[in-house]
Design a protein around this ligand. Sequence first.
Ligand code: PLP
Length: 355
Amino acid sequence: MDIKTKIAFTQNTNSTLSNVNFNELDFGKYMSDHMVLSAFKNGAWQDASIVPFGPIPMMPTILALHYGQSVFEGMKAFRMKDGKISIFRIKKHFDRLQRTLDRMCMPPLPYELFEESLKALIEVDKGWVPEKDGSSLYIRPLIFATEERFGVKISEEYLMIIMTGPVPPFYPKPLRVKVEDRYGRAAKGGTGGAKCAGNYGGAFYATKLAREAGFDQVLWTDLSDELYIEESGTMNIFFLIDGKLITPPLSETILEGVTRDSIITLSREMGITVEERRISSNEILQSHKAGTLLEVFGAGTAAVTAPICAIGLKEITIDLPAYDSNSVCMKLQQMMTAIRKGTLADKFGWNTVVG
Ligand SMILES: *Cc1c(COP(=O)(O)O)cnc(C)c1O
């Protein structure tokens, strides 16, 4: 491999790969043997190293723990039909990471450092990429503030870690979601459009209440009288109404999903009209009454598309028609899988092939 960045490598002499039962994967159950580390200090990102996956020493005073400068990405690598490995849309994930870093006053990351160290990591741990259809290697880049200081300030030191682990196919049973009219995930002018750790912690409470009320997830809204829909849990959201696919437009309260972008591209490719516009709760209810609301689904890296079977809107429950292999959300899911496996042409250059 042509590596421009210097990457030191320490082999893991206690590989746990032989303990993995690839037929019984679970999200987050197994971590691959190695991880990438790169530190930012004295105003610069240091050369990356690949080391055995394991604990990292830290002082209780590191700023990330106190003031929340911590950001992440979630991406995937797939075993292709010819045995090689494809990493999905590295540049698109990187661009979002860069915007997130900027929003959190964290230093920009050189693209070569990210791409080269990620590719080298996947190459080293290629035995961890599952072969079974739909399974994949989940990739978690994480960057957080490591300066040891009590005072509230922007950290001058950071650590980037890239870790991976094999995950099974994610076919959620259709979700029941609740239109949230009390709690918000993202405030106007806030950090909802950035992939930072705090957005998740702040969203747990409403999700917990929704679960207690018999739902799987929250449909986040702008909390205005019209309850314009923003996202579903930790996914973007799509509505199929009257043959058109509708998704809320990107804003500082909506995270720019890579899956969202891929779905918009593939849908247009399939000849489906896609509208990026606001959609109110009343429009959902009215289109349901008119019989034109056919599909609602979440979109994110974990599931690709996650069909929604019921929407709770105040006292009303909107039940959606059943899904089958002809549903748009299922077709999109199949297309994405085929592109990543190399059984459908990668027209848009989304795969980075290694191995
Ligand atoms: C990561 C994330 C998504 C989905 O983004 P993908 O790139 O498609 O995985 C959607 N919403 C939120 C809040 C997220 O954090």
